[in-house]
Design a protein around this ligand. Sequence first.
Ligand code: TYM
Length: 328
Amino acid sequence: MSRVFSGIQPSGELHIGNYLGAVKNWVTLQSEFECIFCIVDLHAITQPYEPAELEARTLEMATSLLAAGIDPERSTLFVQSHVPEHAELAWVFNIVAPLGELERMTQFKEKAARQESVPAGLLNYPVLQAADILLYRAERVPVGEDQLQHLELAREIARRWNARFGRDFFPEPQAMLSPATRIMGLDGAAKMSKSLGNTIGVLESPEAIWEKLRPAMTDPARKTRRDPGNPDICNIYRLHQFFSAPAEVTMVAEQCRSAGWGCLDCKRVLADNMIAALAPVRERAAALAARPAYVREVLAAGAARARRIAGAVMGEVRQRMGFLPAGV
Ligand code: TYM
């Protein structure tokens, strides 16, 4: 059975972009593959963050993932910093990672542009990501479209390391995309993203979901209630495709084109469907929030399992690279 690995940063709430783009896919893959899912706190600290909040955010992300359907009986769920080999392999990969390509990474350029002083950690972020995946010699990586460039680099790193130290030791990991490769934010202008504040959280209350959807961007050419709209360029219509039944999606398009419905009518239907779809996740999260010890136990067991694999792979890496073994 080939191994699946993926990660998510604990840098904010789990939002519907993460959920539709990646996590929903993770849940499905559990029945077919050996899955390892990682809360990547070492990645999250490459952006400005509040140390006092990191622990709680990490636990919240674990709770949200379990609530979304990650099953610790079938999958390994753990926190990246609990397995020190991630940082060790990332260092090793730094010696084969091409600097020019790191500098060309879109996410690096975007994030660097937002900071006055750019830390080297931001540049090396994709090297750590390659280490995450290859430490488990994972072959498949379910992610959203924004991670494709990082995965291409992970393959390049695997090839370069293999060429120098061990033919075919690391597989070249392939992306697995969900149908929701790129969910746009509520502004309709940029990707839904924690750092842009244009998100809907998976655990948000029905009232909060409606408050966010009500003013959300639709077809900008539809100025009045009587103007017909164009669903093909409307972000709300796109969200219907993920939350509404096929017959309803067809009806939404018709009502939009004929100006039968106004944008608010259309958003109300979306809100109701989204609230219904997310209700079971919210309920499970509330139940889990009452059992913080359980969530910590899941993460401890996950880290123990991950360390067993990571330790063996890292042992091989050290040997192939010629390090003096520790001990006598
Ligand atoms: P992160 O935490 O930004 O996002 C987690 C996952 O959600 C996907 N995603 C989206 N998909 C569709 N539409 C959106 N608007 C949207 N926003 C986020 C992301 O593509 C991702 O799959 N670098 C990674 C974390 C990481 C990782 C790894 C992933 C670290 N190591 C190893 C895979 C393998 C990241 O920033 O994810």
